[in-house]
Ligand binder design. Sequence first.
Ligand code: GAR
Length: 210
Amino acid sequence: MRQPVAVLISGSGTNLQALIDAASAPDYPAEIRVVISNRRDAFGLQRARDAGIEALWIPHRGRSRAAFEAELLEALSERSVSWVALAGFMRLLSEAFLSAYAGRILNIHPALLPAFPGVRGARQAVEYGVRIAGATVHFVDAGTDTGPIILQGAVPVLPDDDDDTLAARILTIEHQLYPRALALATSGQLRIEGRRVGLPDGEPGLLWSR
Ligand code: GAR
C-alpha cells in the first residue's frame, strides 16, 4: 500500500512539485494525500489543486501554537496521514506535534547541516565564504534542523554567487534529493540509530551537482 503523506508548505512549493511529480509514478511508495499551508497565498496550494490533491489553509496567526497544531493534527488524523514532509514550511513544531509523528516527519533544509541551520541557508553560506553548499533532508526532532540526516546534496559556491544564484543552485539539488529521501523513508528502508540514519545497501546518501 502506498503510504499517505501530508506535505506542509509556506511558500512557492517547488519541492512540493518535485514530490508531486515523483509520486505520479505508479511504483512510488508514497501518495500525497493533502497539502497544508499556514499561509493562504502560498503558491504551493495552487500546485496541489492543479494536481488534483486536496489543498488546505490552516492559519497560524492570531492563535496559540497549541491551537494551530491541534487543528493540524486533526486534519492529518481525519485523512489517515502516516508521514509528514515539511517542504519550505516556516513554522517550528512543538514536542506534542513531533511525538504524534515520531520518526515520520521529514524536512528539507537548504544547507549542508549541521552548518547554517535556521533561516536563509544560502545567504549564510555566501556570507560565511564557504566553497561548498547544498541541501539536507533529515528527520525532524525537537531542535532547529538538528534531526538525523537522511540524504545530502552538494553544490559549488561560485565566486560571483549572491544569495539568489546560490539558492537557485541549491534548489535544483533539493528537487532531486527530496523525492529520493521520501521514497526511502516511506518504503521502510531507513533505520534511525541514534543520531545516524542507516541507509539500504547501494544508497550512497550523497548527491553532487555542478
Ligand atoms: C527551500 O529552499 C527549502 O529548503 C527551504 O525553503 C525553500 C522552499 O522552497 N526551507 C527552509 O529554509 C526550512 N528551514 P519551495 O517552497 O520552492 O520548495
